[in-house]
Write a protein that binds this ligand. Structure first.
Ligand code: 3PG
Ligand code: MG
Length: 399
C-alpha cells in the first residue's frame, strides 16, 4: 500500500499554505454537564497538528461529533472541543460557528501562518453523510475551498463514506496524517503475520455488531475470548439459561454455528456477576454460568473467568482487545474489564486496544496507557480494518 504521508507534504513546504485536516474529535461528553469526559482523541491528533503549526501552515481542522441529523444542534457543538484543543496546543484555536458559512469563511481567511481554526460540526450539514453523491460532492466542494492540501488524521472515521473523508481527498492533494499512518501500520501487523499465539478478546453488548469480525478472525486467531453483554447469546447457544441478561434471540442460532465451527478456539465465561437490576447499587452475586437465576441479569464476568482469560493471555505474543467485559462504568461491575486489561498489560505480547469503549475503559480505570502496544482511536474503523473491508477513507488516500 502506498500512502503519501504528512512528511511528504511537509517536505514540499506548507508555510503560508492552508491545510485542511480531517480529525476525529468525536469525544464522549458528560450527559449532564456537556464536559469532555475523555480527551484521548484530541490528544491523538496533536502530533499532526503540531507539525503543521511548526511548519507555518494555516491549519483548518474539521470533525464530526455525535450523530446530529444534518442540521445545527447545540448539544453537538464542537465549541468545547476547540477550547480543549487550544489548551493542549498551547495556543488559541479560532472556532468557526458554522462549517462552510460566513463564520467559517472569515475565520479561515483571517488565519495567520501557524494558526489553527476549527470548523463547527461537519454533521450539521446534510451533505456530509448523504448517500447522494451529488449532495455529498457539493458539500465537499465547499470544504475543499478551505484548503490547498488535505490531511486525513481521522482514523476513527475512515470507515465512513462521508464527504470530508471520501470526497474531499478527491478534490485536493491529500496525505495521511501521523495518527492514520500509525493506526494502519499497527493494524496491518494483525492482518499480516501476527506473532503467535494470537489471542483476541471481544466484549461489548451486541453479537450482531461483532459478527463480521468474529467470522473474519476465527481462521486467523489461536484463541477468541468472549465476554461482555454479547457472551449471553453464546451461553444461550450452549443451552444455558441466562435470566434477564442481554440476549439477541435472533443470533442464538448463528452463535451455535460459530461455536461448532470454531474448533475449540472460542472461550466463554465460566462464571458471571448477576444483579437484580441494571443499576450501580443493585444487589449482586457471582454465580456459575449454569446457575444464572431466571430473574437476574449478568453485568460482568466473574473471577474464575478472569483467571482463565488471564492464563490464555499470558501465553499470547499478539493480543487484540475490543469491548468491555462488563458494565465497567459501575464500580460493582468493573472487575472483569479491569482484570482482563491488567492481564493484557502483563503479557509479554504486542497488544492493541481497539478504540471506542475499550480505550475509554483503559483511561477510566486509571490503567497505564503506555503498557499497551497501541490504543486505537477507532472502534468501528479498527474492526472493519480487521474484517478486511475496504475503508473509504483509506481508499481515497491511495488514489
Ligand atoms: C466513532 O466514534 O466510532 C467515530 O467517531 C465514528 O462515529 P460514527 O460511528 O458516528 O460514524
Ligand atoms: Mg461508532
Amino acid at each position: 500500500m502506498s500512502l503519501r504521508t504528512l512528511d511528504d507534504l511537509l517536505a514540499e513546504g506548507v508555510s503560508g499554505r492552508r491545510v485542511l485536516v480531517r480529525a476525529d474529535l468525536n469525544v464522549p461528553l458528560d450527559k449532564q454537564t456537556g464536559a469532555i469526559t475523555d480527551d484521548g482523541r484530541i490528544r491523538a491528533v496533536l502530533p499532526t497538528l503540531g507539525a503543521l503549526v511548526e511548519a507555518g501552515a494555516k491549519v483548518v481542522v474539521c470533525s464530526h461529533l455525535g450523530r446530529p441529523k444534518g442540521a445545527p444542534d447545540p448539544q453537538f457543538s464542537l465549541g468545547p472541543v476547540a477550547g480543549r484543543l487550544g489548551e493542549l496546543l498551547g495556543a488559541p484555536v479560532h472556532f468557526a460557528t458554522d462549517t462552510v458559512g460566513d463564520s467559517a469563511r472569515s475565520t479561515v481567511a483571517g488565519l495567520a501562518d501557524g494558526q489553527v481554526a476549527l470548523l463547527e460540526n461537519l454533521r450539521f450539514n446534510a451533505g456530509e453523510t448523504s448517500k447522494d453523491e451529488a449532495e455529498r460532492g457539493a458539500f465537499a466542494d465547499q470544504l475543499a475551498a478551505f484548503g490547498d492540501a488535505y490531511v486525513d488524521d481521522a482514523f476513527g472515521a475512515v470507515h465512513r463514506k462521508h464527504a470530508s473523508v471520501f470526497d474531499v481527498p478527491a478534490r485536493l492533494p491529500h496525505v495521511a496524517g501521523r495518527l492514520v499512518l500509525r493506526e494502519v501500520e499497527v493494524l496491518s501487523k494483525l492482518t499480516g503475520e501476527p506473532e503467535r499465539p494470537y489471542v483476541v478478546v471481544l466484549g461489548g453488548s451486541k453479537v450482531s455488531d461483532k459478527l463480521a469480525v468474529i467470522e473474519a478472525l476465527l481462521p486467523t486467531v489461536d484463541r477468541l475470548l468472549i465476554g461482555g453483554g454479547m457472551c449471553f447469546t453464546f451461553l444461550k447457544a450452549q443451552g444455558l439459561e441466562v435470566g434477564t441478561s442481554l440476549l439477541e434471540k435472533d443470533m442464538v442460532e448463528t452463535c451455535r454455528n460459530l461455536l461448532e465451527r470454531s474448533g475449540g478456539k472460542i472461550m466463554l465465561p465460566v462464571d458471571v456477576v448477576v444483579a437484580d437490576a441494571f443499576a450501580p447499587d443493585a444487589a449482586h452475586d457471582t454465580v456459575r454460568v449454569d446457575g444464572i437465576p431466571s430473574h437476574r441479569l449478568g453485568l460482568d464476568v466473574g473471577p474464575e473467568t478472569v483467571a482463565g482469560f488471564s492464563a490464555a493471555l499470558s501465553q499470547a505474543k499478539t493480543i487484540f482487545w475490543n469491548g468491555p467485559m462488563g458494565v465497567f462504568e459501575m464500580p460493582a461491575f468493573a472487575a472483569g474489564t479491569r482484570g482482563v486489561a491488567e492481564a493484557i498489560t502483563k503479557a509479554d505480547a504486542f497488544s492493541v486496544v481497539g478504540g471506542g469503549d475499550s480505550a475509554a475503559a483503559v483511561r477510566a480505570l486509571g490503567l497505564d496507557e503506555s503498557s499497551f502496544g497501541h490504543i486505537s482511536t477507532g472502534g468501528g474503523a479498527s474492526l472493519e480494518y480487521l474484517e478486511g473491508k475496504t475503508l473509504p477513507g483509506i481508499a481515497a488516500l491511495e488514489n
